[in-house]
Design a protein around this ligand. Structure first.
Ligand code: SF4
Length: 167
């Protein structure tokens, strides 16, 4: 990882650099786990965390399989719910459970790097829709909400933050 980026991501250790344990959205690492079976491989992200211990994380694939229907975050009954676009199924709890599983398996994570705009992984970039499917606001996806609510000490960034840090 470039020194300047390391300092930005881990400001508490400007000079000492040791291998970190970093969970990264699996699609950014080249896994074909997106809803349409595609990947979002990002060589810049892979390069940045070379030398760190990487934990691939995709909360959707284990629940819905790949390929799968598209899902959206809907503001309903005064809360955010993760709904299948075709089935209307509510996947909120299942995705939250995937977050809990990650954190149970890896309570010692130093950082989580997530894919922007995803209904699960987005960090302030996920479109939140009303029941008519109009965008109300951009906010956290369901996995990020779970992380912030139950695991407030874990540091979360998204790939677009990393790119801004480099420039
Ligand atoms: S954005 Fe998150 S949920 Fe979507 S494919 Fe990537 S890792 Fe999986």
């Amino acid at each position: 990882m470039p020194r300047k980026l390391a300092e930005a991501v881990f400001p508490e250790e400007k000079s000492l650099r040791r291998s970190r344990k970093v969970a990264i959205s699996a699609c950014l690492l080249g896994e074909h786990c997106r809803y349409d079976g595609a990947t979002k491989e990002d060589n810049a992200v892979i390069e940045m965390f070379k030398g760190d211990e990487i934990i691939p994380f995709c909360p959707e694939a284990p629940v819905l399989g790949t390929p799968r229907e598209r899902i959206s975050v809907i503001f309903k009954n005064k809360q955010y719910t993760l709904i299948g676009d075709e089935s209307g199924n509510n996947y909120t709890q299942a995705i939250e459970e995937q977050v809990d599983l990650l954190m149970q398996k890896h309570p010692d994570l130093d950082l989580i790097v997530l894919k922007s705009k995803s209904p699960s992984c987005g960090l302030g970039t996920t479109p939140i829709l009303n029941e008519k499917r109009d965008i109300l606001v951009f906010d956290d996806g369901i996995a990020v909400q779970r992380l912030k609510e139950k695991y407030p000490n874990i540091r979360i960034i998204d790939e677009s933050n990393i790119k801004e840090t480099i420039c």
